[in-house]
Design a protein around this ligand. Structure first.
Ligand SMILES: Cc1cc2nc3c(=O)[nH]c(=O)nc-3n(C[C@H](O)[C@H](O)[C@H](O)COP(=O)(O)OP(=O)(O)OC[C@H]3O[C@@H](n4cnc5c(N)ncnc54)[C@H](O)[C@@H]3O)c2cc1C
Length: 240
């Protein structure tokens, strides 16, 4: 049985930073010696930033699995005029700051006795990267799928990593879809909502988890309901 832990404050050090392009980066944060975070895949942490005598906090889903508690990865999209994301863009390896967590109820039940279908666009992939790695490393043998939508094929974070997981684990289906593909793109095209039914062949066994901005969550939910999925088998985490 997965047990939630009480949130704590942690000082972290910036480790590696990976630039995916499209104003999106993966940041690795390292915990101090003797400290580690206990969380459940799908939870988020708050970044705590002192500014002008006030404390600013922003939520970020943890993109790394709980089996790696000595560090965490966040995937962050820079928002135009955004206070905290623009501060992230000033960070370099070795910089230090504070996070508070874990928080959140966007988690899988234990046991996972159904087929999870994860649907995301943009940085909404974060909780699913954590869940997918966690399930596979625990030996999950059921079917599970990740449907990821991007505008261009150059805007798919962790693309090679998910392709490799799908090759290694036949029970994991990875379906990236691109709404404005170039002629070179050989995969699926269109918005995520146009691809959902492909992965709902067995709706009675599936539970859908959606993460990202509201403009995507709404239509995806509608498609799932229309395909016959009961409302209580659809969960989502909204970033805006
Ligand atoms: C549970 C949860 C998890 C989240 N996880 C992530 C994550 O993993 N990665 C991530 O990048 N973000 C995530 N977010 C969004 C994040 O918390 C911030 O809202 C976002 O990074 C913007 O912060 P900011 O301080 O730069 O912008 P702000 O200064 O707060 O906002 C500046 C302007 O941008 C608009 N805006 C705010 N957020 C967004 C957005 N996401 N997209 C477009 N416009 C926006 C605002 O309306 C405002 O006009 C999550 C949010 C929630 C609630």
């Amino acid at each position: 049985m997965l047990k939630k832990t009480a949130p704590e404050y942690f000082d972290v050090t910036v480790g590696s930073i990976h630039d995916f392009g499209n104003e999106t980066k993966d940041f690795e944060f390292l915990f101090d010696a003797g400290r580690e975070i206990r969380f459940i895949a799908g939870q988020f942490i708050s970044v705590v930033l002192p500014r002008d005598g006030k404390v600013i906090r922003r939520a970020y889903s943890i993109a790394s699995p709980p089996e790696e508690p000595r560090h965490l990865n966040l995937i962050i999209k820079r928002v135009e005029g955004g206070l905290v994301t623009n501060w992230f863009w000033t960070l370099k390896p070795g910089d230090r700051f504070q996070v508070h967590g874990p928080f959140g109820k966007f988690i899988l039940p234990d046991p996972v006795d159904f087929e999870p279908l994860f649907i995301a666009t943009g940085t909404g992939v974060a909780p699913f990267r954590s869940m997918i790695h966690s399930l596979l490393s625990a030996g999950f043998k059921g079917r599970m799928s990740l449907l990821f939508g991007a505008r261009f094929e150059t805007m798919i974070p962790y693309h090679e990593e998910f392709q490799e997981l799908a090759r290694r684990y036949p029970n994991f289906t990875y379906l990236p879809t691109v709404s404005r593909p170039t002629p070179a793109w050989k995969g699926a095209s269109g918005y995520v909502q146009t691809q959902v039914e492909k992965l709902l062949a067995n709706p009675a066994a599936v539970r859908v988890y959606i993460c990202g901005l509201n403009e995507m969550i709404q239509p995806v939910q509608q498609v799932c309901l229309k395909a016959g999925l009961p409302k209580d088998r659809i969960s989502y985490e909204k970033y805006d």
